[in-house]
Write a protein that binds this ligand. Structure first.
Ligand code: NDP
Length: 241
């Protein structure tokens, strides 16, 4: 049995990824911070469909929680994580001239520091086992920029760059490291953004779905993607390439 950890697996894109990976035969650890009922529903659905899943709540921005909860799970179960999906993320938009330290630090801590804390925690097991798939959900904003998102763009751009270096570090151990960069995807995160106002800027003329992102993640963790590493795949309806 191979284990997959999906951070922020309780809602939105993470929920769709959790379900997709369970369908691909992985035992999914669904991480979240506070939305327990939502996470429970995802787990119940996976189990009802014949898959395997369990809940593993911790705050990805806390080095201590990552080490205690995730490290504790690995130690107690004597298992390692084969597939890591760094998906949990937040926005805290503001024009830079008005941006507070708190808005900057919250986004960097949740989106960027988490990459370091969570990935470091699972790496040793992957290296020893000589197999691993690491996929991080970044953003169009981290590729081309977006006004009002200097903090968010910085955090996502950093993960794209870090993934390229990590891919070079651990390729010899048969561990691949890739990113998926969504454009506008219908989830709670973009609740306040009206599709009607934006769709004319999108060649495919609509927002995407969480399942359309999960499909690409499912490919990147599969054997079909065994020779793909250090890559960022866009899922943005043609907005940017
Ligand atoms: P949602 O807001 O719908 O869900 C976010 C998820 O992340 C929730 O499960 C939430 O759990 C979890 N989460 C947030 N903070 C933490 C934390 N500190 N520790 C653990 N879990 C946390 O977001 P989306 O599904 O839309 O986004 C998923 C990823 O995709 C993010 O990285 C986002 O930046 C990226 N993305 C999204 C786009 C979009 O248009 N939706 C576009 C481009 C990128 P809880 O509810 O318990 O806090």
């Amino acid at each position: 049995m191979k284990y997959a950890l999906v951070t922020g697996g309780s809602r939105g894109i993470g929920k769709a990824i959790s379900i997709k990976l369970a369908q691909q035969g992985l035992h999914v650890l669904i991480n979240y911070r506070s939305a327990h009922d939502e996470a429970q529903k995802v787990m119940d659905y996976i189990i009802q469909e014949g898959g395997r899943a369990e809940l593993l709540p911790f705050d990805v921005s806390s080095s201590q929680q990552v080490s205690e909860v995730l490290g504790g799970w690995m130690k107690n179960n004597n298992q390692h994580i084969d597939v890591l999906i760094n998906n949990a993320g937040v926005t805290s938009d503001n024009l830079m001239v008005f941006m507070s330290d708190e808005e900057w630090n919250k986004v960097i801590a949740t989106n960027q520091n988490s990459f370091f804390y969570v990935t470091r925690q699972v790496l040793e097991g992957m290296v020893i086992n000589k197999f691993g798939r690491i996929v991080s959900i970044v953003s169009l904003s981290g590729q081309k920029g977006h006004p009002g998102q200097v903090n968010y763009s910085a955090s996502k751009g950093a993960i794209i760059a870090a993934s390229k270096s990590l891919a070079m570090e651990i390729g010899k151990k048969k561990i691949t490291v890739n990113c998926v960069a969504p454009g506008f995807i219908k989830t709670d995160m973009i609740d306040g953004i009206d599709e009607k106002d934006w769709k004319r800027l999108i060649p495919l003329n609509r927002f995407g779905t969480a399942e359309e992102v999960a499909g690409v993640v499912g490919f990147l963790v599969s054997d079909d993607a065994s020779y793909v590493t250090g890559e960022t795949i866009s899922v943005n309806g043609g907005m940017y390439s």
